[in-house]
Design a protein around this ligand. Structure first.
Ligand SMILES: NC(=O)c1ccc[n+]([C@@H]2O[C@H](COP(=O)([O-])OP(=O)(O)OC[C@H]3O[C@@H](n4cnc5c(N)ncnc54)[C@H](O)[C@@H]3O)[C@@H](O)[C@H]2O)c1
Length: 596
């Protein structure tokens, strides 16, 4: 007979615990909510009522339902109140000794048949379970932040957890409207094992002043469609909790340096900058616990005047190349009102690009995004040429030719001879060092990277890559141009992968390694990242779209430049590419697409 859960206990009403209480009470289950002191209990109560009041204000919860929900919660100080519950979920800080102490106590207090669960993110459920006399009734129930919103629950069974306990907890998750993935006890389970290396890496970029917090967050939101950037997410998780998770993952997960907490995290924790809960972390919040970011001394000024400050005037733009990126970029500049000179390697290619731009603009008209007049005006601004000499009087050149260093260097050397002084020379390279291209000219201070994303007319992000020789004036000009194009320009250094690829591809590679180690299935890993972290696609879905060969090439570059052992391409990825399984484009990648 399956267990009935009519009354559950939650221990610790912090970031996670308060949300977990809400999940149970919303689903008609009585909750005994326990804290260590009356002050902490009061904080938990305020978090819960704040959250339910917000749900009422947004029309997501009826007032009567809120009142019923709150009436199901019995707030208590001390574990003794848990004597009659069927299940306890512990959500106290991420310290093994603390959790072990609490489990020993729960074992003493709770009735013999009660299930004892931990919400730990990274600690060993097995080690926690042996603090009790009933390790077969101990399990991990890992909710995601914010618990009332995120659909995923990772159910973690140890080698001794009884099968019926696992089955009962899985049924409970379903009753709570959650999707569960059941997995074994390994550091970080699925989602955190893939997430925290990425978060730590993002913090290291801030620490190295490689890019600003705003630019890193904007890059991941706009470049990958993530619900929030990594630094905003660190603030939501709590820096103290994130530190403990990283530290445990480093120690339990094979001492991967990428999990060794970046020193800045410890410094911030010591300084009391814990994220949203303390009102300040990477960002500053209206007050402790508030999700509202307020400006502080690091907030950049983004007014039009500030953006134009120090920028050169740009009216006429040359775009070199005839591929997908060049075509999209011509459209973007022409639509934004710039005079455009397109240069390809021959009249035939020019005709093709012209046709492609027309087709795309016509689509815009059909979709109602552009009027006939606007389309005609945009096309009227473009002149088509097959010789670089026509770039003599442009103010900015955007190069989007084939991704080969020798070709790009030769082109930049020619541009150096042809273009007038003061022109900004930009490359759209996604993987080559911009400095190599810059040094092919006599004016490296005027050279910069403008990394557009595909499809350029749609993707809102541009990475502005400054080399160690790029002048401030050139960067200011690039920023102003991006703003005029209606794009978000993020400024970063000239390192392999810039911001987006450097943070995205190692995560994808880690997912492949997890699959290779048979820890979980591609479906469960995809589910975990979508439902636990709000990603628009799971890693295997994304790899099949991006192309496994492309992913492998980028990962190899990152590995070669940074020499980080953890960045070594997953052997499975190499094998799939060798076998010709490249993803959607070849009909098969991690999944078979031939029957769709
Ligand atoms: N923050 C996240 O995003 C997140 C997500 C999933 C899981 N987790 C895990 O959830 C657990 C809790 O993390 P958090 O971020 O909510 O921490 P938190 O610091 O926000 O809250 C912990 C709460 O536990 C209370 N507490 C401490 N000792 C106690 C005791 N002896 N008895 C009762 N209550 C006690 C504290 O007063 C505090 O309110 C950790 O294991 C963490 O790894 C966190």
């Amino acid at each position: 007979m399956a267990r009935e859960f009519t009354r559950v206990g939650v221990v610790g009403l912090g970031t996670m615990g308060a949300g977990i209480v809400e999940v149970f009470a919303r689903n008609g289950i009585d909750v005994v909510a326990v804290e260590i002191s009356s002050a902490a209990l009061e904080r938990g109560r305020v978090t819960l009522t704040g959250s339910t009041d917000r749900a009422v204000a947004k029309g997501k919860l009826a007032e009567a339902d809120r009142d019923a929900l709150l009436s199901r919660v019995d707030f208590q100080v001390g574990l003794d109140a848990l004597h009659s519950v069927d299940l306890v979920i512990e959500a106290v800080p991420e310290h093994l000794d603390l959790k072990q102490r609490i489990f020993a106590e729960l074992d003493r207090v709770c009735k013999p048949e009660a299930i004892l669960a931990t919400n730990t993110s990274s600690l060993s459920v097995t080690e926690i379970s042996v603090a009790t006399t009933r390790p077969n009734q101990v399990i991990g129930i890992h909710f995601f932040n914010p618990a009332p919103v995120m659909k995923l629950v990772e159910v973690v069974r140890t080698v001794v957890t009884s099968a019926d306990v696992v089955a009962d907890v899985e049924a409970l998750c379903e009753r709570l409207g959650k999707v569960d993935v059941t997995i074994n006890d390994r550091a970080g389970f699925i989602a955190n094992a893939l997430l925290f290396g990425y978060l730590n890496h993002a913090v290291s970029l801030v620490e190295a002043r490689y890019a600003s917090r705003e630019d890193i967050d904007a890059a991941m939101k706009l470049g990958c469609g993530l619900p929030m950037g990594p630094l905003a997410l660190m603030d939501l998780i709590g820096l103290d909790t994130a530190y403990e998770i990283l530290d445990t993952m480093y120690r339990r997960g094979g001492r991967d340096r990428r999990h060794a907490p970046v020193p800045l995290i410890k410094q911030m924790v010591t300084a009391g900058l814990l994220g949203r809960k303390s009102g300040r972390g990477f960002y500053t919040y209206e007050r402790p616990g508030s999700p509202k970011v307020v400006p502080d001394e690091q907030t950049p000024v983004t007014t039009e005047a500030a953006l134009a400050d120090g920028a050169r005037a740009i009216a006429k733009v040359g775009i070199v190349g005839s591929g997908t990126m060049a075509t999209g970029i011509i459209e973007v500049f022409a639509k934004a009102g710039y005079e455009v000179v397109s240069v390809t390697r021959g009249a035939e290619k020019s005709a093709k690009v012209c046709e492609a731009v027309k087709t795309s603009l016509n689509k815009g008209v059909v979709r109602g995004k552009l009027s006939d007049e606007e389309r005609d005006a945009a096309l009227g601004r473009v002149t088509w040429s097959a010789t670089l000499d026509h770039l003599a009087d442009v103010d900015l050149v955007v190069e989007a030719v084939v991704e080969e260093l020798s070709v790009k260097k030769a082109l930049f050397a020619s541009l150096d001879e042809i273009c007038k002084p003061g022109v900004v020379l930009a490359t759209t390279t996604s993987s080559l060092p911009v400095i190599d291209v810059a040094m092919a000219t006599q004016r490296p201070a005027d050279v910069i990277g403008l990394h557009f994303f595909n499809p350029a007319p749609i993707m809102p992000l541009v990475e502005i890559v400054q080399t160690i020789r790029t002048s401030a004036e050139t960067t200011a000009t690039a920023r102003a141009v991006c703003a005029a194009l209606g794009k978000t320009g993020v400024v970063c250094g000239d390192r392999s992968g810039f911001i987006v690829n450097a943070l995205l591809f190692p995560y994808l590679n880690d997912a492949v390694k997890m699959l290779e180690a048979s820890y979980s299935t591609a479906d469960d890993i995809d589910h975990a990242m979508k439902l636990g972290c709000g990603y628009p696609m799971g890693p295997f879905e994304l790899l099949d779209v991006v192309g496994l060969d492309v992913a492998l090439a980028i990962q190899r570059e990152l590995y070669l430049e940074l020499r980080e052992p953890g960045f070594a391409p997953a052997p499975l990825l190499e094998h799939l590419v060798t076998a010709g399984y490249l993803g959607l484009k070849s009909g098969r990648g991690f999944r078979d697409h031939t029957h769709r």
